[in-house]
Design a protein around this ligand. Structure first.
Ligand SMILES: *[C@@H]1O[C@H](CO)[C@@H](O)[C@H](O)[C@H]1NC(C)=O
Length: 289
């Protein structure tokens, strides 16, 4: 049952793996590198990454410039500022870089008020011993290290989308087993008024009917990009503004190393995008290794 729900919800799931062929102990790289692979048709981002890595810069540099291009272009409205408002109408950002040469990871999750999330994660990787910073403290760190902010990450478009959603009684949303079911909050656990009665647990179980997936072409997504540079080093990056109308605080697979993406010079890199709430439980890319 779990797997059928899984496959139904991964319609827009995209996956790539780059496996470096190892001959004896020598990694073959001569003329085969550099390589740039990205999810979706984010051609401009791939072009920028290519020009950086082709000029001799590192895989990490290329991933940063490539993902940053998508943030700037607001690719599909799913990357960078001005897209995917949460229940409160706010846009927050998640991103990750993994350096396959050093196995270092930098990540931010639910970052507010700073638009340059892939640059923020590079700062986390370069200037801290940590892997993941979250929320407003991630913004404070990014700004203290020189990124512009605090700034408003909303756009006319994201606010319009949010206003329409509110007018539609906050449907669809990501809540379950709550009341009210068909209107905006505040929400409380369904059956709470029966608290203490034996029937309340049964009510909860019976009402756990699967919802139609809200994940579609404009609400699915991440850019996930893998690069191998001329020296044969591998890096991977992701950048996303998360699911539209998410509950504030929700973080998907995007900034989680080994969930959205992974890189290791000795093996290669992989990345996937789709319904992050599902994917971070099933790690679909791992089946491709
Ligand atoms: C943020 O930007 C949006 C879109 O330009 C604007 O409508 C909104 O009023 C701004 N919010 C704040 C708090 O400045």
């Amino acid at each position: 049952m779990a797997t059928s729900k899984f496959s139904a919800q991964i319609h827009f799931f995209l996956l790539f793996t780059l496996i470096i062929k190892i001959k004896g102990n020598e990694i073959e790289h001569e003329s085969k590198y550099p390589i740039v692979v990205s999810t979706w048709a984010f051609v401009d981002a791939a072009r920028v990454a290519w020009s950086v890595v082709d000029a001799g810069f590192s895989a990490v540099d290329a991933v940063v410039e490539g993902c940053s291009t998508c943030e700037l272009l607001q690719c599909d409205g799913t990357v960078g500022p001005g897209g995917s408002p949460n229940e409160n109408g706010e846009t927050t950002l998640d991103a990750l870089i993994m350096d396959g040469a050093t196995m270092e990871v930098g990540a931010v999750a639910a970052m507010r008020y700073v638009k340059d999330d892939i640059r923020a994660v590079r700062l986390v990787m370069q200037y801290t011993e940590h892997t993941l910073l979250v929320g407003e403290q991630a913004s404070v760190f990014a700004i203290s290290m020189g990124l512009p902010g605090p700034m408003n990450l909303s756009s006319e478009d994201s606010l319009q989308k949010w206003t329409k959603w509110k007018e539609n009684d906050c449907q669809p949303n990501f809540r379950k087993n709550i009341a009210p079911l068909n209107s905006c909050g505040p929400y409380h656990p369904e059956g709470r008024s029966n608290f203490g009665q034996t029937s309340s647990y049964l009510n909860l179980v019976e009402s756990d009917t699967p919802k139609v997936s809200q994940i579609n072409i404009h609400n699915h997504d991440t850019i996930s990009m893998a690069v191998i540079d001329k020296a044969g080093h591998v890096a991977v990056g992701t950048s996303t503004n998360g699911a539209t109308f998410k509950i504030p605080g929700r973080v998907g697979d995007g900034p989680i190393a080994g969930s959205s993406a992974y890189a290791d010079d000795e093996v290669g890199a992989c990345g996937a995008t789709g319904d992050g709430d599902i994917m971070m439980r099933f790690l679909p890319w791992s089946e491709n290794i």
